[in-house]
Write a protein that binds this ligand. Structure first.
Ligand code: SF4
Ligand code: SF4
Length: 110
C-alpha cells in the first residue's frame, strides 16, 4: 500500500514539475498547461497530473530523462510522510510508488 495519497494538498507540495527529469518533456509541459484550465475546486486525474508519483507509482509521459537528479528530497511531502524510509525512497516516476517497509513503520510519527 502506498504511504501517501493523491490529494490536492499533497499535489500542491509536489516538486516534480520543477524536476530536471521532466525538464525537457513535451508531454509534461502539455499536461501542466492543461491543468491550468481546471477550476479551483477540480482535481486532475493521476494520468493528467505529471507528478505525485510517490502516490501513483506511474509516469504516463514517456519522454522523461531518468539520468537527471530527482528533487523528491526537497519536497514537503517527502519530509512530512517520511518517504526516505519507504521503498523506493526517491525517483518514484521510475521506481514506482512509495510502499511501507519495516523501517518505515518503526519511524512513522517520529
Ligand atoms: S516526494 Fe517526489 S513524487 Fe512525491 S510529491 Fe514530492 S516531489 Fe512529487
Ligand atoms: S519522482 Fe523524483 S525524479 Fe521523478 S519527476 Fe518527481 S522529483 Fe523528478
Amino acid at each position: 500500500m502506498a504511504v501517501i495519497d493523491f490529494t490536492k494538498e499533497n499535489m500542491e507540495r509536489c516538486r516534480c514539475s520543477q524536476c530536471p527529469v521532466q525538464g525537457t518533456s513535451k508531454c509534461v509541459k502539455e499536461k501542466l498547461n492543461n491543468i491550468k484550465n481546471l477550476r479551483e475546486d477540480e482535481m486532475p486525474t493521476s494520468e493528467d497530473f505529471p507528478g505525485m508519483y510517490c502516490a501513483n507509482g506511474y509516469a504516463y509521459c514517456e519522454d522523461l530523462d531518468p539520468e537527471k537528479e530527482c528533487q523528491c528530497a526537497t519536497c514537503g511531502n517527502w519530509k512530512m510522510y517520511n518517504l526516505g524510509n519507504a521503498d523506493p525512497s526517491q525517483k518514484y516516476c521510475q521506481n514506482g510508488e512509495a510502499e511501507e517497509t519495516e523501517e518505515y513503520k518503526e519511524t512513522e510519527g517520529e
